[in-house]
Design a protein around this ligand. Structure first.
Ligand code: MG
Length: 268
């Protein structure tokens, strides 16, 4: 099942995507639906082509992982963390799958990170790796937008990774039953149509199950929390010279079995 949040005459609504239509559902928002709110159909199908998709949900926690692919660590000239290194992105960074991403005046080194993102399905604490995937509601796409200069200059990444619009998300959440193996997906990122990242989730240093288990050993995961699972090689910083995003650029991220998000970069 593909679940989205879309604008219906200016009001956000939850919908189920069927082919090229969206069927509105009764639940007030997607986190409520994950928590068990009414998923009954509630209105006639709406053509997908004519609607604005929003971020499928606004998580309470937006977690992300440092260098979870060896080739990405290599291109960043940084070591592989000996244990999974988790940070948080501010939820105010979340924006819709079509963005835009605003390049703030604070950076001249804006970069993309195409990532598979996990949506948590139930309250989770101390889950073992073997059972961790049972706690996953579904999967979506996140661009972990990063300001490399701020990342380099500031010891915490709150500004570097948390500026407004630094987390385009969508286009929808695909439920976990449709993605039985999250380690078998291809992730590709394009900038202005040019291929930049072409990775495989099997190359994650820490699997989705391990990451969920690892986080839950330290804190409670709640329905609708989102965990971005790291980016494969091919970010702008990895080129020589680096190829950072400029206003006007268009970033497209595709992941097997989910779909794609595409957004423009704009000046403030
Ligand atoms: Mg990242």
């Amino acid at each position: 099942m593909r679940l989205c949040t879309f604008l219906d005459s200016g009001t956000p609504r939850v919908g189920r995507v069927e082919g090229d239509h969206v069927i509105p559902l009764a639940a007030p928002d997607l986190i409520a639906l994950i928590r068990g709110a009414d998923a009954a159909e509630c209105g006639p199908p709406v053509p997908l082509a004519g609607i604005t998709l929003l971020a499928p949900l606004r998580p309470v926690k937006l977690l992300a992982v440092v260098r979870n692919y060896a080739k990405h660590a290599e291109e960043m000239a940084q070591p592989i963390p000996p244990l999974p290194a988790i940070f948080t992105k501010l939820v105010t960074a979340v924006t819709g799958p079509s963005g835009p991403v605003v390049r703030p005046a604070s950076t001249r080194e804006l970069d993309y990170e195409g990532e598979l993102a996990v949506v948590i399905g139930r309250t989770t604490r101390n889950v073992g790796e073997a059972a961790a995937l049972e706690h996953v509601f579904g999967y979506t796409i996140v661009n972990d937008v990063s300001a490399r200069d701020l990342q380099r200059l500031e010891p915490q990444w709150t500004r570097a990774k948390g500026s407004d619009t630094f987390a385009p998300m969508g286009p929808w959440v695909v439920t976990a039953d449709e993605i039985p193996d999250p380690q078998a997906l291809r992730i590709r990122t394009f900038v202005n149509g040019e291929p930049r990242q072409d990775g495989a989730t099997r190359d994650m240093l820490n699997s989705v199950a391990r990451l969920v288990s690892w986080c839950s050993a330290a804190f409670t995961l709640e329905p609708g929390d989102v965990l971005a699972t790291g980016t494969p090689a091919g970010v702008g910083r990895g080129f020589d010279p680096p190829r950072y995003l400029q206003p006007g650029d268009v970033v497209r991220i595709e992941i097997d079995a989910i779909g794609s998000i595409e957004h423009r970069v704009v000046a403030p």
